[in-house]
Design a protein around this ligand. Structure first.
Ligand code: PMP
Ligand code: GLN
Length: 381
């Protein structure tokens, strides 16, 4: 294995789902729903397969999905995109993230991001031979710290890699925080790559602010999303990136040699899903908000301090009251001790001390599954 990939081993999601299977534990580790998305979308995939759409789709994506992504950005955010030149379909958001970083970063360029970060960010930055510079979001409010953020920028900064709503914290970046980040990006002439896969999973009064809608940002922002979260189809791996034509063309050049194309029959189905009514979008976040409340109350009842998330389907809790002193060790022992799986937040940090005893639990599960997890955790005390 090449030196720049040392330390990336096996992802925490694979390890923890492996433990869940081995011990028959309740898996609140890896983030995937245990119910299916909209029936119209499922039917559209079957129709695409039966209709013979099983060969290579066009390189940039099937036209109806490119158009559906552009229509979605216009409908929800007032962002106008040319579907032919400003949208690219990828194999999940994961490929969009990797291809974008590989397309924009020379070896030695710096990428500013926040920690905890989604694991593929660090790996994709490393693959590109770039250097990550981070600012820590601290439990329990995970607010942006202006001083450390400013200190992460330099003349080598090539791009800012942002994720809102944020995995693993559930934080939804405020407009003020985003404006600060964007003003630094403009000052240092950096791209902003914004991972908005949880754009529709936002609760209560919180508002998802797409970076590309902020003044002066459209021309320096690449926006990434995916059908996986919005439509509960994480296994389909249909993602996309949108932004200025020149940058999207650069990402397309790289993408051609990573996967060429992907997700053939699922692309037209994702297009159908994107076109569904507002009530479909609203119903997922409404049902998730109730699940958030259920799990938050359960974790609090089990004695944990919890950061109540405004978005995503993750909640971070401090497991110190359950005896945790090291989140990774705690999560490795939890399946056997309690029959529950969570993910240690420390693995998403360079500054491991910032998350020494923090555990992420996913609440995109049926209510009975959440109740059972809470019951098992409560028995630990
Ligand atoms: N970004 C974030 C923040 C995520 O949480 C995930 C999925 N867990 C991805 C990207 C990857 O999305 P996909 O499955 O579409 O590749
Ligand atoms: N995005 C999901 C999570 O954060 C799963 C990612 C994965 O398995 N690679 O849990």
């Amino acid at each position: 294995l090449v030196a720049r990939m040392h330390g990336f081993g096996t992802t925490i999601f694979a390890e923890m789902t492996g433990l869940a299977t081995e011990h028959g534990a309740v898996n609140l580790g890896q983030g995937f729903p245990d119910t299916d998305g909209p029936q119209e979308m499922l039917d559209a995939a079957k129709a695409a397969i039966d209709g013979g759409r099983n060969q290579y789709p066009p390189g940039p994506g099937v036209p109806e999905l490119l158009e559906a992504v552009a229509a979605h950005q216009s409908r929800f955010y007032g962002i106008d995109l040319d579907p032919r030149s400003e949208v690219l379909v990828t194999v999940g958001a994961t490929e969009a993230i990797a291809a974008t970083i590989l397309a924009l970063c020379e070896a030695g360029d710096e990428v500013v991001t926040f920690e905890p970060y989604y694991d593929s960010y660090a790996a994709s930055i490393a693959l590109a031979g770039a250097v990550r510079r981070t600012s820590v979001l601290r439990f329990p409010d995970f607010a942006v710290d202006e001083e450390s953020l400013r200190a992460a920028f330099s003349s080598r900064t090539r791009l800012v890699l942002l994720n809102t709503p944020h995995n693993p914290t559930g934080k939804v970046f405020t407009r003020d925080e985003l404006e600060l980040i964007c003003s630094l990006a403009r000052e240092f002439d950096a791209w902003v790559v914004t991972d908005e896969v949880y754009e529709h999973l936002v609760f209560g009064d919180a508002e998802h602010v797409p970076v590309a809608t902020l003044p002066g940002m459209r021309e320096r922002t690449l926006t990434i999303s995916s059908a996986g979260k919005t439509f509960s189809a994480t296994g389909w791996k249909v993602g996309w990136v949108s932004g200025p034509a020149e940058a999207v063309a650069a990402v397309r050049t790289v993408k051609q040699f990573l996967t060429f194309v992907g997700s053939g029959p699922f692309q037209p189905a994702a297009a159908v899903a994107l076109g569904l009514g507002d009530e479909v979008y609203a119903s997922l976040s409404t049902s998730l908000e109730a699940k958030r409340d259920l799990l938050v109350a359960g974790l609090q009842g089990a004695g944990l301090e919890v950061s109540v998330p405004d978005g995503t389907y993750f909640v971070v809790a401090d497991a110190a009251p359950l005896g945790a002193t090291d989140a990774l060790e705690f999560c490795r022992s939890l399946p056997l001790r309690a029959g529950v799986v969570g993910v240690p937040v420390s693995v998403f940090h360079d500054d491991v001390a910032a998350a020494r005893t923090l555990v992420r639990f996913a609440f995109c599960k049926r209510d009975e599954v959440l109740h059972e997890a809470v019951r098992r955790l409560g028995a630990l005390r």
